[in-house]
Design a protein. Structure first.
Length: 149
């Protein structure tokens, strides 16, 4: 069975026919992004620092690319992920990492049946919540000004 680099295939074992279930890499990255953003202590996924971010309370609006800062290698049955994150100052980063790994693995497996064999998390920045909110507000203002031009 040929699989291109942006699709992954999972063979159906319920039937002897050649049924397949495939996922775009972007889908796997989106599941990982949503699962990682559910963890307290992760302020944002990184990658083009907060571009398109609309604030903490608006994290999942369509204007934000939830897959920013996530790279995925997706095979037929397994997934490996690299996450770039900004964490909240004062939080226990090893605990955040452990919770993130568990939540991402569970979410991807529950939704796709794929096994997550590797999760690497790179902390790109640490900020207090107030610094993050101020930066987010400044970025939103700058983006609004650009939209008006």
């Amino acid at each position: 069975m040929a699989v291109n680099e942006t699709n992954t295939a999972v063979k159906s074992q319920e039937n002897t026919n050649q049924n397949t279930l495939t996922f775009e890499d972007q889908v796997i990255k989106k599941i990982a992004g949503i699962a990682a953003n559910e963890i307290k202590g992760i302020l944002s996924m990184s990658g083009g620092f907060m571009s398109g971010l609309t604030g903490l309370t608006d994290r999942f609006r369509s204007t934000e690319d939830i897959t920013k800062g996530i790279n995925a290698e997706v095979g037929e049955k397994q997934v490996a992920l690299d996450l770039k994150v900004i964490v909240e100052y004062g939080k226990n980063v090893p605990s955040i990492f452990s919770e993130t790994v568990n939540n991402v693995k569970k979410s991807i497996h529950d939704m796709t049946g794929l096994e997550v064999v590797e999760v690497n998390m790179h902390v790109e920045d640490v900020m207090t919540r107030s610094e993050f909110e101020a930066k987010t507000d400044r970025d939103k203002e700058q983006e609004s000004k650009r939209d008006l031009e």
